[in-house]
Design a protein around this ligand. Structure first.
Ligand code: GLU
Length: 297
């Protein structure tokens, strides 16, 4: 099934890039201004200081997870709510720069590789529709909540038999491997058959081709899929709470000193100064139709 994920990634990525806010101008070719010019000063013992000194923030995100993160195949640029959120975090570490992407290393992940990317020290942060759960908190740390959604069901527009989770018995429901969506389907209806793939666009293809009767994940991700395929619809009430956090490796022997508190202070500032609301309006409003100024509404 990995083949499906890859094929979809290439074939539909342009459409998803459009759903994530349209094409962007290519990165400027001039070298960035000095990283230090407007960079904040940090305590030497902190991880934010270590990142600043290293000169790159490694952001783990998914290449095909609209409207949160999409690597635009035409420009190579990452787009979407999570991608821009990561850029704002990079600005908090490196200061305002002509091209903040020069200070970011994008690390592609899927749901199942989010935790290993942190514990294997391949990424500094995971910003990828990452639900904060007690189980995950035993392995990694999370920031405060930066986005709230809940799980729903996507079916073909012509489907009149699946209206809620209770109707999923003996139906094939697609979700991403290693996600809370996978667990929630089984909790909501133990008789459902779960098809696990490595992206939601791959699940959409499975639905279109009849390998799945439904796709089930966070409502906001499903909004992105409906935008791509108007022959689908979202049904039923949300049947889970999905509060997203930024994932960070646990602090061991001071190797992530002060980092989560720093991220939380930055996050509160983003909400307070209206940046969060602007990002919502840019990336989420076009698919959800609503407006919000904070994760709470
Ligand atoms: N938010 C859920 C999770 O963290 C589902 C979305 C995803 O797989 O990224 O597992």
């Amino acid at each position: 099934m990995r083949g499906i994920t890859r094929t979809v990634g290439v074939a539909l990525a342009i459409v998803f890039a459009a759903a994530c806010g349209g094409a962007s101008t290519p990165a400027a070719s001039q070298p960035a201004a000095s990283a230090k010019a407007s960079a904040p000063k940090f305590e030497l013992s902190t991880y934010q200081y270590a990142i600043q000194t290293k000169g790159k923030l490694r952001i783990g995100s998914q290449e095909d997870n609209p409207p949160f993160s999409v690597k635009n195949p035409a420009t190579g640029k990452w787009e979407g709510f999570d991608a821009d959120f990561g850029r704002e975090l990079a600005k908090a570490i490196f200061g305002t720069q002509d091209d903040i992407d020069k200070f970011i290393e994008w690390v592609p992940v899927v749901s199942a590789t989010r935790i290993p990317s942190l514990t294997d020290n391949k990424a500094d942060v995971i910003i990828k529709t990452f639900t904060i759960t007690e189980e995950r908190k035993t392995q990694i740390d999370f920031s405060d909540v930066y986005f709230v959604t809940g799980q729903r069901i996507l079916v073909k527009k012509s489907n009149d038999t699946i209206k809620e989770a209770a109707d999923l018995g003996a139906k094939t429901v697609c979700a991403q491997r290693g996600s809370t969506s996978e667990q929630n389907i089984t909790k909501a209806n133990p008789a459902a058959k779960v098809l696990l793939l490595d992206s939601y666009p791959a699940c959409l293809l499975a639905l279109q081709q009849g390998q799945a009767d439904a796709v089930s994940t966070d409502e906001t991700i499903l909004f992105g899929l409906v935008k791509v395929d108007p022959n689908t619809k979202i049904v039923g009430k949300p049947f889970s709470d999905e509060p997203y956090g930024i994932g960070v490796k646990k602090n061991q022997n001071g190797d992530r000193q002060g980092f989560v508190p720093f991220v939380n202070t930055w996050l509160a500032g983003m909400i307070q100064d209206g940046t969060w609301g602007k990002l919502y309006e840019k990336h989420i409003t076009p698919v959800s139709g609503d407006k919000k100024t904070s994760p709470k509404g």
